[in-house]
Write a protein that binds this ligand. Structure first.
Ligand SMILES: [Zn+2]
Ligand SMILES: [Zn+2]
Length: 344
């Protein structure tokens, strides 16, 4: 009771702390061993500690209605530059990744109709605003250039999808909706959810992949029934602890904890601190035989990409080789959880 009250007060205070103070307080929690947090009730869930890496692969689609990032095409160009480097880095260390891919990226071209709009066939979301995006005027596809990969490589990426599949035989292509919509019940009617998922499944199948895992854009979880209807088996969703376990929901879908986002922080943390924090999460996951899940944007800050990513992936590789950790993709993990009928 007392601990819970202290926690509530801390989380309330955090909301009003300036970023540097917030960063320092998180660092302090790590040094004092209050973080990373572990779901103690589920200790020993797996045969060994398990790691999942997932990438939100979206190019310009993710940021076009962003409240904070104005130059969405610049983000896409950075992503285009970093994806091949990330693929090499992960493949050299034999680490498979689940690439949650915006469906439009399967296309090598698309075109505009007489009114200048693209994708007549697609259902449009109603105007909305959420934590990350504001779509309050015009057509949902108004930024889509309606050209091709050569002219506007920020909006199409079949070449990169091919590279992802070729880089590691266990790399998984997952779904991130067709046009990076808000997938919550509030902002996504069922008809829209089904339309987005169906076109993603079709495009993926045409390029030889079966989509069974879902990553909700901007964490906008919802429309689980539509996922079930279209044969998905799992999704990624925020969980209460840094190190936690998957849950089987009431529809039989596996909910995989999101875990930690990998990118530069707003607090000025050093590369050493990032690495130390990461190492500790692996240690705790291995000790408690639970899951540590890591997600990232391939457009991550180049500083983090150069100074942190190679080192943390090296650590994963060493721990996997020493036999105390296992890396799985989302669909592999979902199969494992369902087959063993883990319920918690
Ligand atoms: Zn298009
Ligand atoms: Zn996204």
């Amino acid at each position: 009771m007392l601990i819970q009250t202290a926690k509530n007060i801390y989380f309330r205070l955090r909301r009003i702390m300036p970023p540097m103070v917030r960063g320092a307080s998180t660092r302090m929690l790590h040094y004092c061993r209050f973080k990373p947090t572990v779901n103690k009730k589920a200790s020993g869930y797996f045969a060994k500690g398990t790691v999942v890496f997932s990438a939100d692969f979206e190019m310009a689609w993710a940021y076009r209605y962003s409240k904070t990032i104005a130059d969405f095409e610049a983000m896409a160009r950075r992503e285009r530059e970093q994806v091949p480097k990330l693929l090499t880095l992960f493949a050299d260390l034999d680490i498979p990744v689940t690439w949650a891919t915006v469906g439009h990226l399967f296309l090598k071209e698309c075109s505009k109709n007489k009114s200048g709009l693209t994708h007549d066939e697609m259902t449009r979301p109603p105007h909305f605003s959420n934590e990350h995006w504001r779509f309050d005027h015009g057509d949902w596809y108004q930024h889509d250039p309606g050209t091709d990969l050569l002219e506007n490589p920020e909006w199409y990426a079949p070449d990169l999808i091919r590279m992802i599949k070729d880089a590691h035989q266990r790399n998984e292509i997952a779904c991130h909706t067709f046009s990076h919509i808000d997938f919550s019940y509030k902002n996504c009617p069922k008809e829209l959810a089904l339309a987005e998922l169906s076109v993603c499944k079709r495009l993926a199948a045409e390029s030889g992949c079966e989509l069974t895992s879902m990553v909700f854009p901007g964490g906008t979880a919802g429309n689980y029934e539509s996922l079930k209807e279209l044969g998905f088996t799992c999704y990624r969703k925020k969980a209460p602890f840094d190190i936690d376990v998957p849950k089987i929901d009431k529809l039989g879908l596996v909910s995989i904890p999101s875990g930690l986002g990998l990118d530069r922080d707003a607090y000025g943390w050093s590369a050493d601190f990032h690495i130390r924090k990461f190492r500790k999460i692996l240690e705790y996951a291995s000790k408690n035989r639970q899951l540590c899940s890591f997600w990232f944007h391939p457009s991550m800050d180049p500083w983090y990409f150069e100074n942190v990513m190679p080192k943390i992936l090296q650590i994963v590789n060493e721990r996997v080789r020493s036999g105390d950790l296992l890396v799985q993709t989302m669909s592999e993990l979902a199969r494992n959880v369902s087959a063993n009928e883990f319920h918690n």
